[in-house]
Design a protein around this ligand. Structure first.
Ligand code: PLP
Length: 378
């Protein structure tokens, strides 16, 4: 069976964990490895301030707190996304105004969000689906005109760019994930990026249980205590040490994933040209970080049959999000607008195996099965 996902280990994970435990003797948070990981992102991508978190969900919760979301405030979120993109704001009392996807790819349609803005709107949350950039110039321009914050859900978007600018570095705030299903992993793990300086001080306080501990250790205040709300958002050094072993190997991991992605694309392009299904769309302003390879089938029935065909031939392919606007938790709270593009991806998108340890022969085998299937279906 070719699995859908397998976590990749670079080989240095245990060595660095051992170093944290035996040499540094510091296994709680904010030690040497945490700082090393944070400055990796600050230096490589020019992010102003990075704070590792226990998950991307946690980083998004910090964003909701930093934007000072109050009950009744509105937040614009695509409906075709993971629960956390909306949940983090719902916890602060926000009303989610769901945006539809583009016809050409699952990202929210920037041309449609302006009509969703009301006097209660506070935040727009662009999710860079499959690591492919949303139309950020348009989103930032709308946000500026209406005095809104932009929080990028960059969970899938490590090492990907919009017009040459790194994703996660454009909105006021951003959140990354190092969950084991992402390109770079630490089991559970995430990171908050603060691009707007005015949030930095409070972000450090929320991160360390509402205390000004960071300022104390920098010698800026002579005692530290409880100054705000917050939580224990920082991961242990063992998580950070693991993550460091992955970050060191970032370039090799990305190169291999892109090779596999390009192989899929090249082998499946002839079928896409015959309009059997659609391949991922990468707008000219965006790069591809090879987080995911997906197809968009023509119907739910076709997709189910394809997934079944692949499973019978030892390939694990999976569908993705169910529309959040019609989820059991939110459907009664949704304003009732139909979101047809989102529903189409919920019904028709299928993801193929994509991970570092996959080999090109397996990609060929998977594509051969897809070709077999479309002999009948196209
Ligand atoms: C994975 C993912 C998350 C959640 O990440 P965690 O680290 O598991 O909290 C949020 N949003 C998107 C778009 C994701 O893909």
């Amino acid at each position: 069976m070719i699995d859908f996902n397998r976590p990749h280990f670079t080989g240095n994970e245990l060595k660095y964990i051992q170093e944290a435990v035996l040499q540094e003797k510091h296994i709680s948070g904010n030690g040497v490895f945490t700082k090393r990981c944070q400055s990796f992102f600050e230096q490589r991508y020019g992010f102003k301030k990075c704070l590792l978190t226990t998950s991307c969900t946690d980083a998004l919760e910090m964003c909701a707190m930093l934007c000072n979301i109050q009950p009744g405030d509105e937040v614009i979120v695509p409906s075709y996304t993971f629960v956390s993109s909306a949940l983090a704001f719902v916890r602060q009392g926000a009303k989610i105004v769901f945006a539809d996807s583009r016809a050409s790819n699952p990202n929210l349609d920037a041309d449609e969000i302006e009509e969703l803005v009301t006097p209660r709107t506070k935040v727009i949350v662009p999710v860079h689906y499959a690591g492919v950039a949303c139309n950020m110039d348009r989103i930032m321009e709308i946000a500026e005109r209406h005095h809104l914050f932009v929080v990028e859900d960059a969970a899938q978007a490590i090492d990907s760019f919009y017009k040459g600018r790194p994703l996660g570095g454009i909105g006021h705030l951003a959140a990354f994930s190092f969950h084991e299903t992402k390109n770079i992993i630490s089991g559970e793990g995430g990171m908050l990026v603060v691009n707007d300086e005015k949030f930095i001080r409070r972000a450090e306080i929320l991160w360390e249980k509402g205390t000004n501990r960071a300022e104390f250790f920098r010698g800026e205040v002579n005692k530290y205590g409880w100054v705000d709300v917050g939580s224990s958002f920082l991961p242990s050094e063992m998580t950070a040490a693991f993550l460091w072993a992955q970050l060191e190997a970032l370039e090799g991991i990305q190169a291999k994933r892109k090779r596999l992605w390009n192989k899929y694309y090249e082998l499946l392009k002839p079928l896409a040209d015959r309009v059997c299904f659609k391949l991922p769309d990468i707008p000219e302003y965006a790069t591809n970080n090879a987080h995911m390879f997906y197809l968009v089938c023509k119907s739910l029935e076709e997709r189910s049959t394809l997934i079944k065909h692949l499973r019978e031939n030892d390939v694990q392919a999976v569908f993705h999000y169910l529309s959040l606007h019609s989820s059991p938790y939110y459907q009664d709270k949704h304003d009732g607008r139909p979101l047809p593009s989102c529903d189409r991806y919920a019904d028709c998108l299928v993801r193929l195996p994509m991970y570092y340890d996959l080999v090109e022969e397996q990609v060929e085998q998977i594509c051969k099965q897809i070709m077999e299937f479309y002999k009948v279906y196209c």
